[in-house]
Design a protein around this ligand. Sequence first.
Ligand SMILES: CC(C)(COP(=O)(O)OP(=O)(O)OC[C@H]1O[C@@H](n2cnc3c(N)ncnc32)[C@H](O)[C@@H]1OP(=O)(O)O)[C@@H](O)C(=O)NCCC(=O)NCCS
Length: 175
Amino acid sequence: MDSPVHLRPLELADIATYADWGSDSRLCLHAGWTVDRPRPAREAHWRRVIEEGSVLRLAAVGGDEVIGYVDLSGSDLDHRELGYVVGPSARWGSGLGTTIAQLGLAHGFTELNLEWIDAEAAELNHASIRILQRLGMTETGESGTDTYLGVPTPTRCFRITRESYLRENPVPEGK
Ligand SMILES: CC(C)(COP(=O)(O)OP(=O)(O)OC[C@H]1O[C@@H](n2cnc3c(N)ncnc32)[C@H](O)[C@@H]1OP(=O)(O)O)[C@@H](O)C(=O)NCCC(=O)NCCS
């Protein structure tokens, strides 16, 4: 995949890709998805997600392949919560998670004009914690207990403000 990754709205044609990921048990276990869910149920789930659009979820596309997605959840005008998945798990470990999370922040601050973006990660989800730290997000505390790969672990909370984001990522003049 040589071309840069970009975000775009989900399309019904993406259902097959996301439903495929549901047979990747490593991805399901790490993402907290049901393992071994029958394919028709996975397809129906993704069709609902796309048609209802109740969460702002954007497909991450590299070349002509869907390689992940980013969520900016919530309905407030000034802030959202960032989430991200890279799939299938064979793609993990080559920087894509960091790239798509960074694109999620860029979308939130430059397209949605948010004032701040929050994110949470299970303490044992080392890759996700590392991503949030690399994005320049500030740790704000803990919010209870999560379960990651079947093990209880604290949920760590992070935030980045618009001001802090734009200081590190200035928008080019004329945009
Ligand atoms: C979390 C996830 C997005 C990471 O994707 P990825 O493409 O592997 O991410 P990257 O390659 O950008 O790696 C991010 C960082 O984590 C580190 N990392 C990756 N796997 C790791 C592991 N198992 N243990 C420790 N660190 C790890 C990488 O070295 C990198 O840090 P670095 O930049 O300092 O080297 C992916 O594993 C995923 O989709 N998991 C399931 C869903 C999920 O947990 N989403 C996050 C919760 S919102």
